[in-house]
Design a protein around this ligand. Structure first.
Ligand SMILES: Cc1cc2nc3c(=O)[nH]c(=O)nc-3n(C[C@H](O)[C@H](O)[C@H](O)COP(=O)(O)O)c2cc1C
Length: 547
């Protein structure tokens, strides 16, 4: 059945606007040659995460000529990396600067905007339901879902798939991004990672108790704000489409799904409707996971498809996940960091926390967390911040490190430097027991419980300066470097020396004389300070001045 969908007015970008904006900004690579979705597509885009390409140079890939291993051609293009291959792509999609993010999320959760219900929607340009779904190419077999980890995954999986379900008691809808194993042209998997406490699982339990199947609508490709929101954990009392509307400052257009009683984004690319069984479970996976290992087979839910609706010009979005860094880790990280910061500052009144940084490469997010602390924060507040961080989520912070703001959390050499000189493990390390293992291969050791290690690696006493030339000398030398036409520099913090509290006017005077080539004067002064009553290596700062 075909309907003509007149596009409702809106004040936010849909995926097509976003793709056009990416192309204009030089962030999109179009691939028009045939690409096998089951063997070539994900490995090709994976190279930009494993090939030494800096984050800012990663791109979105739009595949316009998609085939499978049997030579089948698909009429739906696939975009990979289109939402968060790099931060700029995310910023373009959300239309806001990163320093506004903390307030935007907080504001949107406080003042959600009710969506606008429309009766005609692009996502229902084409509606396939009933017996027609059984015809070749009219069910899930018509959608070019790629294989993410060829060689390990047991099927194609939808990865950027937002499952919409409704709480049968409150009527509040949840939108969560979960993977879906393509099991048959009319059967899609559903895998709630229980350690993440996904909203869909709460709903599933309620339907199960009632002895009913759970109606669901799976959105494949949505306005970017919906996608970003679906990867964040919000309070279950919030309707996430309302929060997404508030995030873009305008109500979202939604339309009633055709065969289930749910509201779906009107500008969605493809919507798969159906019922998730609450009695029977099926084996699901192996599938390459974001914790960097393959998730072996588990019993999980499945959905019987009752309708597939789509735009005439639908584009399928697929996301690079598995080993981090990935599009999946970045899409969560960009907003999760400010949200965790907000929880510490606003929730616990810890304004001394300046930044939360989630280490991304290989560990995935949440395991290694760095807190930037304001200078001279009292020790008890440093510890309250670390305990508070761990309490925000059952599995956030396996290793938590509190650092001063001069240490760049992205530079693990610098983090080790701080751990080496600013932290005494006998005094500044705590183990928190009885923690959840979180997302990862599950171990039965220790009764299945994990633990956290917290490190206070902030400065606790004045320290001598960083042993690099002062800023003015480094800046001057940089000009000479450039004049000489030497290779471009990529400054890494610290790239100049700064005081860390232990320095005085006497040292300043000596250093100044040295740079003015007057060090002979200093030689004469120190000759006046000779002593014969101290052992070698006695620090002058530990001595009282001689009477
Ligand atoms: C690419 C991608 C795939 C994901 N797949 C799953 C999944 O299969 N199951 C799951 O429970 N969470 C998955 N997540 C994490 C959820 O999206 C995340 O926990 C979200 O907060 C869930 O929202 P909800 O609790 O409001 O439903 C995935 C996230 C991303 C970015």
């Amino acid at each position: 059945m075909n309907q003509s969908g007149e596009a409702p007015a809106r004040a936010y970008p849909d995926l097509h606007d976003h793709i056009a904006a990416l192309e204009k900004a030089g962030q999109l690579i179009r691939v028009d040659r045939p690409i096998n979705k089951d063997t070539e597509m994900h490995p090709l885009v994976r190279w930009q995460f494993r090939g030494g390409i800096p984050e800012k140079d990663r791109k979105a890939f739009l595949f316009t000529n998609v085939v499978d291993s049997k030579g089948k051609h698909y009429d739906i293009p696939v975009i990979v990396g289109g939402l968060a291959a790099n931060r700029e792509i995310y910023r373009i999609g959300l239309g806001c600067d990163f320093d506004e993010l903390e307030q935007r999320w907080a504001e949107a959760s406080r003042n959600p905007l009710k969506p606008k219900i429309v009766t005609r929607a692009p996502c229902q340009d084409i509606v396939i339901q009933g017996e027609e779904l059984n015809r070749p190419g009219r069910g899930l077999d018509g959608i070019p879902v790629p294989i993410s980890t060829p060689g390990w995954d047991n099927a194609p999986y939808t990865t950027l798939s937002q499952y919409i379900t409704k709480d049968p008691e409150t009527g509040v809808q949840n939108v969560g991004n979960y993977r879906g194993q393509v099991k048959s042209p009319r059967r899609l998997g559903m895998n709630p990672s229980l350690e993440l406490r996904p909203g869909i699982y709460t709903h599933w339990l309620k339907y199960k108790k009632r002895g009913e199947r759970m109606p669901a609508a799976v959105v494949l490709g949505a306005p970017p704000a919906v996608t970003f929101m679906s990867t964040q954990k919000l309070s279950e009392s919030l309707d996430e489409l309302e929060v997404a509307g508030a995030l873009v400052g305008s109500p979202l257009n939604v339309v009633k799904a055709v065969t289930v009683d749910l509201l779906v984004p009107a500008e969605a690319e493809i919507v798969v409707e159906g019922f998730i069984d609450t009695e029977w479970l099926e084996p699901e996976a192996p599938f390459g996971e974001s914790h960097g290992h393959v998730n072996l087979q588990e019993y999980n839910a499945f959905m019987d498809v009752t309708a597939i609706t789509r735009r005439r010009d639908a584009v399928l979005t697929s996301i690079i996940s598995q080993v981090t860094p990935s599009e999946s880790s970045l899409i969560k990280r960009v907003s999760l960091e400010p949200m965790l910061l907000h929880g510490l500052r606003e929730g616990l009144g810890l304004n001394c926390v300046k930044r939360v940084s989630l280490h991304e490469a290989l560990t995935n997010l949440r395991k290694v967390v760095i807190l930037h602390m304001e200078k001279d924060t009292p020790r008890v507040e440093v510890w309250r911040a670390m305990y508070g961080l761990c309490s925000q989520h059952r599995a956030v912070g396996k290793y938590v490190i509190a650092l001063d703001e001069d240490i760049d959390p992205e530079n693990l050499d610098a983090v080790w430097w701080a751990l080496s000189y600013r932290c005494n493990p006998a005094l500044d390390v705590e183990i928190l027991r009885h923690r959840d293992q979180g997302h990862g291969p599950r171990s039965l050791r220790n009764g299945g419980e994990d633990a956290s290690v917290l490190f206070d690696a902030t400065l606790k006493e004045p320290f001598p300066p960083v042993s690099l030339p002062k800023r003015e000398y480094m800046e001057n030398a940089r000009k000479i470097w450039e004049e000489l036409g030497l290779p471009p520099l990529k400054p890494q913090a610290p790239w100049f020396g700064a005081s860390l509290g232990e320095w005085d006017e006497r040292f300043d005077a000596m250093a100044k004389r040295a740079t003015e080539s007057d060090y002979w004067v200093t030689g004469e002064i120190i000759a006046q300070q000779r002593r014969n009553d101290v052992p070698m290596n006695t620090e002058t700062r530990r001595l009282k001045p001689k009477e």
